[in-house]
Design a protein around this ligand. Structure first.
Ligand SMILES: Cc1ncc(COP(=O)(O)O)c(C=O)c1O
Length: 398
């Protein structure tokens, strides 16, 4: 059977592929220092687990409304009121099976054939594939290390064409950890307002910021003037250590959420009922575990920054949020590396050599539209980080 053109051209998620390579080595009994996957290593807080158990015991094990149960939609609205002063109504919320699914549904709902989506690079691995699946065209705009990997208003304006529909923005950013300041976001919002281009703001790392600033939700910008043109995506995966529960959401004007709800009713019927009840506990229950995990990530970030900048020939802009270190390894291309003296010429080969020779797994920057860079996830304990960095250091001849 011939596969459809859409799926035939689809590349597997590079982060998942890199983690699979590491797992294959582990299966051979080799100790691998795995820094590939983007998920908290903490367990889901107990009160959230208990809410799920209670949901099951209370019989909440059936289909739910396609876009999510009213109680969860109300909890999401209340959380945005509490955290950002935003007044969303339940009919402006669609709950999906993780933020990745939310982004897929947003793009499928608003993007037509040939519509352009501006994506600042480095970008999250799935954006390009999801835009193309929706029939859209990616307009990649490179940001520089010097700008801290942030898209400027001038770059945004220059990338707009008559076909531009959407800017896909991610702050805090995976893979760079870049956090835009409120004034930088205001400048982007002004370009969006002037041009009529919509903004889909992926705020999945909103609770993981280490710079002392709170997250700025895009819908709050310009006194709320841009909200009618803003689509917010977030979820419970990163803030509440709930990656496996698969709950994400979209906040948008009602014509979009109605379209997404329709789409989802045909696609998946609804997000998991039990996970939805657990997510109510996450959003409405005590928030101290969010801060506890953030503080723990902050320690690992400090350590990762110090160690990355101590590697031979490597300096990186400090990640302000998320849990990734993203650094340039081009100085090590074309010279012998590690005990076997391997010579590499790109970031993908660098990661392969590092994994095979030093048993440390990173993700190549090529997956994020940034050749010459690698991503290290510091969502792992300090002992593992220390041992992994010692090995990277030795591999680089440090
Ligand atoms: C930038 C970004 N957006 C969205 C997601 C998807 O999150 P979820 O697990 O809720 O689908 C991720 C997950 O790694 C991410 O890094």
């Amino acid at each position: 059977m011939d596969l459809s053109p859409a799926v035939r051209n689809l590349k597997p998620s590079a982060t998942i592929a890199a983690a699979a390579k590491a797992k294959a080595l582990k299966a051979q009994g080799i100790k691998v220092y795995d820094f590939t996957l983007g998920e908290p290593d903490f367990n889901t807080p107990a009160h959230i687990q208990e809410a799920a158990i209670l949901a099951m015991k209370s019989g909440h094990t059936h289909y739910t409304p396609s876009g999510g149960i009213p109680e969860l939609k109300a909890a999401i609205c209340a959380a945005y009121q509490r955290d950002y002063g935003l007044e969303y109504k339940p009919n402006q919320v669609v709950v999906s099976n993780g933020a990745k699914h939310s982004i897929h549904n947003v793009l499928t709902t608003v993007i037509g054939p040939g519509d352009e989506v501006i994506i600042p690079a480095p970008y999250w691995v799935s954006y390009g594939a999801l835009v193309e699946l929706a029939g859209g065209v990616c307009k990649i705009v490179d940001t520089s290390e010097e700008s801290g990997f942030r898209l400027s208003a001038e770059q945004f304006r220059a990338a707009i064409t008559p076909k531009t529909k959407l800017l896909l923005l991610n702050s805090p950013c995976n893979p760079t950890g870049a956090v835009y300041s409120r004034s930088q976001l205001e400048a982007l919002a002004q370009v969006a307002l002037d041009s009529g281009v919509w903004v889909c703001s992926d705020e999945i790392y909103e609770k993981l910021i280490y710079t002392g600033e709170a997250n700025t939700s895009f819908a709050t910008l310009l006194g709320g003037k841009l909200a009618p043109q803003t689509i917010i995506v977030s979820g419970v995966s990163k803030a509440y250590a709930m990656t496996g529960w698969r709950i994400g959401w979209t906040l948008a004007p009602v014509d979009i959420t109605a379209g997404m709800d329709n789409l989802q009713s045909q696609e998946t019927s609804n997000p998991c009922s039990i996970s939805q009840y657990a997510s109510i506990a996450a959003l409405s229950g005590p928030q101290d575990t969010v801060e506890e995990m953030r503080v723990e990530f902050a320690k690992r970030r400090e350590y990762a920054i110090e160690r990355v900048n101590g590697l031979p020939g490597i300096q990186m802009p400090s990640p302000g949020g998320a849990f990734y270190a993203f650094f340039n390894v081009t100085k090590h291309f074309g010279r012998p590396l590690g005990a076997k003296g391997r010579v590499v010429h790109n970031a993908t080969d660098f990661c392969t050599a590092l994994l095979e020779d030093a048993h440390v797994a990173l993700v190549t920057g090529e997956a994020f539209g940034a050749e010459g860079f690698v991503r290290l996830s510091f969502a792992t304990n300090l002992d593992t980080l220390k041992a992994g960095f010692d090995r990277i250091n030795a591999f680089l001849g440090g």
